[in-house]
Design a protein around this ligand. Structure first.
Ligand code: TTP
Ligand code: MG
Ligand code: MG
Length: 392
């Protein structure tokens, strides 16, 4: 049975809340964001302002050059959170299979519901409009990837249903940029190779994409064909271990961010080993001002309980998600897909002296010392180094 995955994202969310409280804003070019002096950026812009090129994350000074009559509002985040909770509660009452992925966005899994995805989405959209007075867009498909793209294609006030079997055909004519999940570097590489549409990627030999882009090339090839088997995961049922840090002041230098990520990974891996578990999935969480939170995840080739392997995967996610210099408020790393370590099963046990075996022995020794003398008795050399690294 094909899955029924619904993706929903509120339209111009912060602006829509402002408009709700001040209807004279309707149809005008306005934005929520920081001031033009200092280093203010646009959090979001009304659709009327978007016609001038005003976008999220654009420096406010630049936005005012594009649209001199732009009305700027400072933002009321508590209020936006309240509206967000109201909308999410409405979804949660309809299905336990809900995954909130940002303040205004969620996946809902309605597989097996007799009402059908299209009707359900229409009903939810009408209820958000009637009960919370906010505009939203919906995408319905057999998986998360295609559902989210359908939402984006239909925005604003959209509702697009992609029937089972039509995923690749739906994606093919769309610009490559709509294939979410690919980091800026991968996108740049793809543009260099001359790809324009998602169909261009789908038509390209998979092996060549892998050769040029590594594992992310394989993901990309699958995604371009509309294939995606990631489940809709509720917070509760995702068994995972994670650590995160909220900085007292936003941090934008790579050295600090990288070191923090490694410290957190060190704790996560230690906790995995303490429980005799290895992880298949590595997740990264980032938050930047005002409070947009993103999560990214990737699969390891083999389950691991070693900080080196988990860190490498986490750092790759970080580099794909982070634009150099962007201030970060929170960084976190987590693991999921927990199982007993493959190493102990011995099936693919690396030979003694192989890098993996050495790393495992080192980890074991570190755990012993820490058990005896405390966590800080051992610090990874890389945590002590202050050298920046090449942007690779
Ligand atoms: P989005 O859903 O990305 O954007 P949006 O709801 O404003 O517009 P649309 O979905 O119709 O394209 O983000 C939700 C809110 O998160 C947005 O209203 C403001 C905030 N936000 C930021 O503060 N900074 C950002 O860079 C982004 C992308 C969003
Ligand atoms: Mg939105
Ligand atoms: Mg959103």
């Amino acid at each position: 049975m094909p899955r029924v995955v619904i993706h929903v994202d509120l339209d111009a969310f912060f602006c829509s809340v402002e408009e709700l409280l001040d209807p004279t804003l309707a149809g005008t070019a306005f934005a929520v964001g920081g001031g033009a002096n200092a280093r203010g950026v646009i959090a979001t812009a009304s659709y009327a302002a978007r016609k001038f090129g005003v976008r999220s994350a654009l420096p406010t000074a630049q936005a005012l050059r594009l649209c001199p009559h732009l009305k700027l509002l400072p933002g009321r985040h508590k209020l936006y959170s309240q509206y967000s909770r109201q909308v999410m509660a409405l979804f949660a009452a309809e299905t336990p299979l809900m995954e909130q992925i940002s303040i205004d966005e969620a996946f809902l899994d309605f597989t097996g519901d007799a009402r059908g995805g299209g009707a359900l989405a229409a009903e939810l959209q009408a209820r958000i409009r009637a009960e919370v007075q906010l505009p939203s867009s919906f995408g319905v498909a057999t998986n998360k990837l295609v559902a989210k793209i359908a939402t984006n294609v239909g925005k604003p006030n959209g509702l697009i249903v992609v029937p089972p079997g039509k995923e690749a055909a739906f994606l093919a004519p769309l610009p490559m940029d709509m294939l979410w999940g690919a980091g800026p570097k991968t996108r740049a590489r793809l543009a260099e190779l001359g790809f324009r549409t998602i169909g261009d990627i789908a038509a390209w030999p998979e092996a060549d994409l892998e050769r040029r882009l590594g594992v992310s090339g394989l993901d990309l090839a699958r995604h371009a064909r509309g294939l995606d088997d990631r489940p809709v995961e509720t917070e509760r049922e995702t068994k995972s271990i994670s650590k995160e840090t909220t900085f007292s002041r936003d941090v934008s230098d790579l050295v600090t961010l990288r070191r923090t990520l490694m410290e957190l990974t060190d704790q996560v891996a230690g906790s995995l080993r303490a429980q005799g578990l290895a992880a298949r999935t590595v997740k990264l969480k980032l938050r930047w001002p005002p409070f947009e939170t993103i999560t990214r995840q990737t699969q390891l080739a083999q389950p691991s309980d070693l900080e080196g392997e988990i860190f490498e995967a986490g750092l790759a996610l970080f580099k794909a998600a982070w634009a150099r210099g962007k201030p970060v408020r929170l960084i976190g790393i987590g693991v999921a897909g927990l199982q007993t370590p493959a190493r102990q099963l011995g099936l693919f046990a690396p030979s003694e002296g192989a890098p993996d075996a050495r790393a495992a022995k080192l980890a074991e020794a570190v755990d012993k010392i820490r058990a005896k003398y405390g966590w800080d008795a051992v610090k990874r050399a890389a945590l002590l180094e202050e050298d920046d690294e090449a942007d690779g």
